[in-house]
Design a protein around this ligand. Structure first.
Ligand code: HPA
Length: 281
């Protein structure tokens, strides 16, 4: 087991590309807690466990089956990452960022991530989707610290449009076409794994957060540093602490993921079709 370095990650990407016919990769999709991503019309060309790809020690989490699925359609490729690495599991920020960095090295121009999140906005309900327009990095780390910032230019990436406005527009339109409304919002990224206290929820709301979760922000920073366009979609699994009478459990988060799957699937189907059109007009 090793420490992940930029050189090692480049070798990992080269090995993957040498063993799999990845085609022209149009996007990477990342599935968060309890979320399964299926893209109809695409054929599964390979499924590789994260253990076989990433050389660092793994910290398994119940409910996640971590693997990378390669989907193909004609000359095009899609990378579907089933499960992610979280800081709260004990992964470093560089390890958390290994997924977007691998996607970028394999040529993905677009990084689409989904996650489970708690609602800070009391008008949201479990099962709602929030299309991310910005984030608050409250995790106390940054995936670019140290040698990673020097690996790619710029060392100090601009984060103004970290979440791509065009992709966001497509996602919001896709939701309308599929017959449900999704709102745009700000993701407050915290370390976890304890859920927030009611006072912390009031603070996050006052800071401008719409939803709160324990992932995403490191990946988005790394993805932007790699030059990928980012779309983030949060699946609201619960009202954040203090906004409802019930106690929060990990099981609740996983269950809503199962129930809201068709909405998310509809949204992603539409998005992938738009990306195909953009590439093969
Ligand atoms: N807080 C933080 N992370 C979460 C939550 C929450 O309420 N729900 C799902 N992930």
């Amino acid at each position: 087991m090793e420490t992940l370095t930029p050189g090692r990650l480049e070798e990992i990407a080269a090995t993957f590309a040498a063993h799999h016919d990845i085609g022209r990769v149009i996007a990477a999709l990342v599935a968060g807690s309890g979320i399964t991503l299926a893209v109809p019309g695409w054929a599964e060309a390979a499924e590789v466990s994260y253990h076989a790809i990433f050389p660092f020690p793994h910290h398994p989490l119940a409910g996640h089956t971590p693997s990378l699925t390669l989907l193909r359609k004609d000359s095009l490729g899609l990378l579907v990452f089933n499960g992610r690495f979280h800081l709260y599991q004990g992964y470093s920020a560089a390890e958390v960022a290994a997924i977007p960095r691998l996607a970028g090295l394999l040529g993905a121009p677009v990084y689409v991530l989904t996650n489970a999140a708690g609602a800070l906005d009391p008008s949201l309900r479990p099962g709602d989707l929030v299309v991310l327009e910005d984030h608050l990095n409250l995790q106390g780390v940054n995936a670019l610290v140290g040698e990673w910032a020097l690996w790619r230019q710029p060392r100090f990436p601009d984060m103004t449009d970290a979440y791509d406005p065009t992709l966001r527009g497509w996602a919001l339109a896709a939701a309308r076409e599929a017959g449900f409304t999704a709102q745009a919002g700000v993701y407050a990224g915290v370390l976890g794994p304890s859920f927030e206290t009611p006072a912390e929820v009031r603070m996050l709301r006052a800071l401008g957060g719409t939803v709160v979760g324990m992932s995403t922000v490191q990946e988005v920073i790394a993805a932007r540093h790699m030059g990928m366009r980012v779309l983030g979609v949060s699946l609201v699994t619960n009202l954040a602490a203090g906004l409802s009478d019930t106690q929060l459990t990990h099981e609740e988060v996983m269950e809503v993921g199962t129930v809201a799957r068709p909405r998310l699937a509809a949204l992603l189907r539409h998005l992938v079709a738009r990306l195909e059109e953009e590439i093969n007009p």
